[in-house]
Design a protein around this ligand. Structure first.
Ligand code: CMP
Length: 140
């Protein structure tokens, strides 16, 4: 099915100057960028975005990292976009990520892991709405 998913290029990958290289991978896989913005998350924003992880031991480190610099947030659209993006990203822990995936190639640690992608249709809907009003999404 034609889907939309939320992608965040995290502060580590922005700092490494690889936004373009990561987006090229999405485009080469047939995903279209239909919305995009660069922003600095506040602590409150990051805590709200990752609220499902609030009780996890890694929550504080996750929030600290996500506010450490600007992020580049996009909506990707395409056939099976949610799974396709997850395949391109590779495993959450870059040490476990398959060769040729974004995290294997650009990430340094489980926190500084280059990208976030929605994990299911319902979370994609919530995560997209967190950053983008419907009118700012440009389906082509
Ligand atoms: P992300 O896909 O953005 O979703 C939550 C983030 O928490 C995850 O990527 C990791 O960067 C970070 N994280 C840190 N430790 C863990 C862990 N043990 N399990 C899952 N996510 C973790």
């Amino acid at each position: 099915a034609l889907e939309r998913t939320l992608s965040i290029i995290k502060p580590d990958a922005v700092a490494k100057n690889v936004i373009g290289q990561i987006i090229t991978r999405f485009e080469n896989a047939g995903l279209k960028v239909v919305a995009a913005r660069m922003l600095q998350l506040s602590r409150a924003d990051a805590e709200r975005f990752y609220a499902v992880h609030a009780a996890r031991p890694f929550f504080k480190d996750l929030v600290d990292f996500m506010v450490s610099g600007p992020v580049f947030v996009q909506v990707l659209e395409g056939e099976g976009a949610i799974q396709k993006n997850r395949d391109l990203m590779g495993a959450t822990d870059p040490k476990k990520a398959e060769k040729g995936t974004i995290r294997a190639d650009f990430a340094d640690s489980i926190d500084a892991n280059a990208v976030h992608g929605s994990d299911a249709a319902e979370t994609a809907k919530v995560e997209i709405a967190f950053f983008f009003p419907e009118l700012s999404i440009h389906t082509r």
